[in-house]
Design a protein around this ligand. Structure first.
Ligand code: PMP
Length: 443
């Protein structure tokens, strides 16, 4: 039974399990936006495999691509050999890239996870520039790996990044609701630009010229926080002027999620590298970096890995990329997302008790930040984050058949990452259930 399965996994799996604790569900079947538990209960899934399932669960296009590949007898594992599936995936991927980037792009297949691709992007730029330090942002999430190379013996592959973790300079992300400078709205983003510029140019600022800046155009785990387009353009200018490669982490924002195929398209910036995973594999594990050929300075073998040629993932990924482009699902994400955001913003102001501090996002990457209604209002207009309230909203959603996950500062932001194929009726049901859940905990 489902209870017995849950109990056994609880006893045998790592204490680090997280989602499984919040969602005591044993999924038996899943289709589109729906997950069906072994007990027959149905849930609307606004987590989508942590943003992976652009086309929802078991989309026919993905199933068909996987079945066709399986039936063809192609090798399922091919290291980094050239295969027809890889060739086709690369075609599909390059066709989605902004033109100015596609013409100069190289791809490196990194391994199954987003974090593998982040490691590769950082190392690529450290190798290319001969520098080590990195620029990153408050609230950023880029993965969980560190250290495998440190304990590897082979000097040649670790020389460019030798000596363990690189020095990271943490810069303020333009999070309007909790501006690091204590002023609200757009002014905070301007101050972040000024601060970054001055810090990098200050001969006593302590920042040795870095190998790269890495940034998310919309922070995902950081709480669905979009950066203003002007701000991103300023970061591009600042890095270009100082010859610092700019890496944009599109692991969560990519493949239509934010209302453009790639989130960099909103600002029109051309990065030096993009990190991609999650949805590019069409629900199977796949991660790549795409970068400007000027940085293609790795020697053969400089960055390898066993699982870089997952044939099924490439087939499922190519089918997904083409379907998202053909069906205009980025545009759909923009339209549905804007409607959902507007409704949630309305809900925020109508609540009798102000438990929702902020509603924000871009496309179908939406965050609702829960706050302590009795707490003091700060100079940005923000009240203290209320993680306990957020957990209660998540549980109240689950009780109403809606899966949502938390993120952001203190885990106080309820995050919505529905599949891009969400129907108008499903969007309505999500808003209804979430609205009820918020009203119930805000009494
Ligand atoms: N970058 C971003 C922006 C992410 O959201 C994530 C995962 N949430 C990662 C990197 C790491 O990906 P993975 O969990 O597949 O290692």
């Amino acid at each position: 039974s489902a209870d017995a399965i849950l109990a056994r996994q609880h006893a045998r799996e790592s204490s680090a399990r997280t989602y499984a604790r919040s969602f005591p569900i044993v999924p038996a079947r899943a289709y589109g936006m729906t997950v069906e538990g072994a007990d027959g209960r149905r849930y609307l899934d606004c987590l989508s495999g942590a943003g992976t399932l652009a086309l929802g669960h078991n989309h026919p296009v993905v199933q068909e691509a996987v079945r066709r590949t399986l039936d063809s007898g192609a090798p399922l594992h091919a290291l980094d050999l050239a295969t027809p599936e890889k060739d086709d995936f690369t075609d599909a991927l390059f066709a989605t890239l902004p033109k100015a980037f596609a013409d100069r792009a190289r791809v490196h297949f990194c391994g199954p996870a987003g974090t593998d691709a982040v490691e590769a992007a950082l190392k690529l730029m450290q190798t290319a520039t001969g520098r080590r330090g990195l620029l990153a942002f408050t609230g950023a999430y880029h993965g969980m790996t560190a250290g495998a190379l440190g304990v590897t013996g082979a000097v040649a592959v670790k020389e460019p990044v030798a000596g363990g973790g690189a020095e990271v300079t943490r810069l303020p992300y333009p999070y309007a609701y909790r501006c690091p400078f204590g002023v609200g709205g757009a002014r905070g983003a301007e101050l972040s630009v000024t601060y970054t510029q001055r810090l990098l140019d200050d001969p006593a600022g302590g920042v040795v010229r870095p190998a790269a800046m890495i940034v998310e155009a919309v922070q995902g785990e950081g709480g669905a926080v979009p950066a203003p387009d002007d701000w991103l353009r300023a970061m591009r200018r600042i890095t270009r002027e100082r010859e610092i490669p700019l890496i944009v982490d599109e692991v969560q924002t990519g493949v239509g999620r934010t209302g453009a195929f790639w989130a960099v398209e909103h600002s029109g910036i051309v990065p030096d590298a993009m990190v991609m995973s999650k949805a590019i594999g069409g629900s199977l594990p796949l991660a790549v970096i795409v970068y400007d050929k000027d940085y293609d300075g790795w020697l053969p073998g400089a960055h390898t890995g066993t699982f870089r040629g997952n044939t099924l993932a490439m087939a499922a990924g190519a089918a997904t990329l083409r379907y998202v482009a053909r069906e205009g699902l980025a545009e759909r994400a923009a339209a549905v997302g804007a409607r959902m955001l507007a409704r949630l913003a309305g809900l925020r102001t109508e609540l009798p008790v102000p438990v929702v501090g902020d509603v924000r996002g871009r496309g179908l990457m939406i965050g609702v930040e829960m706050v302590d209604p009795a707490g003091p209002v700060d100079s940005c207009g923000a009240r203290p984050a209320a993680p306990e309230l957020a957990r209660r909203v998540r549980d109240a959603c689950l009780a109403r058949g809606l899966i949502v996950e938390l993120g952001g500062r203190y885990g106080a932001t309820v995050r919505l990452l529905p599949p891009l194929v969400i129907t108008d009726e499903e969007a309505e049901a999500v808003l209804e259930r979430l609205g009820e859940a918020i009203s119930a905990v805000g009494k």
